[in-house]
Design a protein around this ligand. Structure first.
Ligand code: NDP
Ligand code: GDR
Length: 370
């Protein structure tokens, strides 16, 4: 039985990847951080009682800022594969926590590579590094591929740039099977609530159910190449199954503005919008609402701009060229953007119907909009 370690197992990708590897018959070891409240909601459905003898999904406490626990866990597990997905993954927040982000997203990657080397597992353990389209940052104007130069535009992207190159360096210096997946944005119903797509689908669902009036967003002009996380974890797995270790861009090849994503999410509840005004004065109002089950009125302002969500340096356009992955990995996404929006919207409407029910029954429900 193959053994895999996943750092960041409690995150969006960690949860989907754990599911995929368990389906493929792996023994999966997830590294989770200690938190004062449970942080395992995304993986609870896979939980196996650690008191039982033969379990295939095991959780270990650990943190990418602590080399000692990384070495101990890798020594104990002797993994065939490590997927390094753990990170402070929010671009905007990285401007507030730049040093921590460098420690975890940059040096954390070194800690994994060096642990494998020091433990003599160089020829046994394959390593996947979660690299990102944010590396391209300021490089604009054409589809970005494995040969496009990098120009990081945030502390997050700069930290990930170190992670990218140290992975390449350990591959070249020590012959390690270590690869970068340069993944463009990928989303799902499990996406963190403060990334823009999930923030939008949650807000639209809450607006539809009368739990909220409007949503505040930042830059509506930025363009992203959005795919579905389920498709992207499949690519991570494929990258570690090749004969020779290489880096791959994973993307859909289609880019869409935040504004158009908003329109698509509202269309899922039968609402058409009109955007007026410019810059921080832009607003979106309802021009038609065809589904009488939902509490949305014509003329209602459902979106305003809050400059708090602007970034000191923005990445205006991301558009990936996945030709290499399609040819060499035989990878192809199953979800297009419309199917992704539908999946996220139906999950969030279901989620907030539960909140609506709880609120009606006198229970307090979460009211956090960030
Ligand atoms: P999430 O933010 O959903 O998950 C991040 C995971 O990392 C969580 O499990 C989190 O734990 C964990 N983590 C955070 N800090 C530490 C730390 N100090 N030590 C150990 N674990 C830590 O991210 P995604 O699942 O969306 O992304 C997975 C990876 O892929 C990340 O590295 C991200 O930067 C990268 N990436 C993501 C893309 C995307 O569009 N989703 C695109 C390209 C790259 P906790 O749950 O406790 O917070
Ligand atoms: P990104 O994702 O920065 O691309 O990083 P995010 O969803 O946070 O932002 C995408 C774009 O939307 C604009 N935006 C807003 N963003 C947020 N979060 N909140 C808002 O209110 C808002 N309004 C507009 C942003 O300015 C930006 O242009 C994600 C993360 O998953 C990274 O870890 C990953 O590496 C990259 O994708 C690829």
């Amino acid at each position: 039985m193959k053994k895999a370690i996943i750092t960041g197992v409690t995150g969006q990708d960690g949860a989907y990847l754990a599911e995929l590897l368990l389906d493929k018959g792996y023994e999966v070891h997830g590294i989770k951080r200690r938190s004062s409240l449970f942080n395992t909601q995304r993986i609870d459905h896979m939980y196996e009682d650690p008191h039982e003898k033969h379990i295939r999904f095991k959780l270990h406490y650990g943190d990418l800022s602590d080399s000692t626990n990384i070495i101990r866990i890798i020594q104990e597990v002797q993994p065939d594969e490590i997927y390094n997905l753990g990170a402070m993954s929010h671009v905007r927040v990285s401007f507030d926590e730049p040093e921590y982000t460098a420690q975890v997203d940059g040096i954390g990657t070194l800690r994994i590579l060096e642990a494998v080397r020091l433990l003599g597992l160089t020829h046994k353990t394959r390593i996947y590094q979660a690299s990102t389209s944010e590396l391209y940052g300021g490089v604009q104007g054409h589809a970005q591929s494995e040969t496009t130069p990098f120009y990081p535009r945030s502390p997050y992207a700069v930290a990930k740039l170190y992670g990218y190159w140290i992975t390449v360096n350990y591959r070249e210096a020590y012959g390690m099977y270590a690869c970068n997946g340069i993944l463009f944005n990928h989303e799902s119903p499990l996406r963190g609530e403060t990334f823009v797509t999930r923030k939008i689908t949650r807000a639209v669902a809450r607006i539809a159910l009368g739990l909220q009036d409007k949503v505040y967003l930042g830059n509506l002009d930025s363009l992203r190449d959005w795919g579905h996380a389920k498709d992207y974890v499949e690519a991570m797995y494929l990258i570690l199954q090749q004969e020779t270790p290489e880096d791959f861009v994973i993307a859909t090849g289609v880019t869409t503005s935040v504004r158009d994503f908003v329109k698509m999410a509202f269309a899922e509840i039968g609402v058409e919008l009109e955007f007026t005004g410019e810059g921080s004065d832009e607003v979106a109002k309802v021009v038609s609402a065809s589904n009488s089950d939902y509490k949305v009125e014509v003329g209602q302002t459902v979106l305003c701009i809050d400059p708090r969500y602007y970034r000191p340096t923005e990445v205006d356009l991301l558009l990936g060229d996945p030709a290499k992955a399609m040819a060499k990995l035989n990878w192809k996404p199953k979800y297009d953007l419309k199917a992704l929006v539908q999946d996220m919207m139906s999950a969030d409407v279901k989620l907030f119907r539960r909140d609506q029910f709880l609120a009606k029954s006198g229970h307090q429900v979460l009211n956090y909009f960030e």
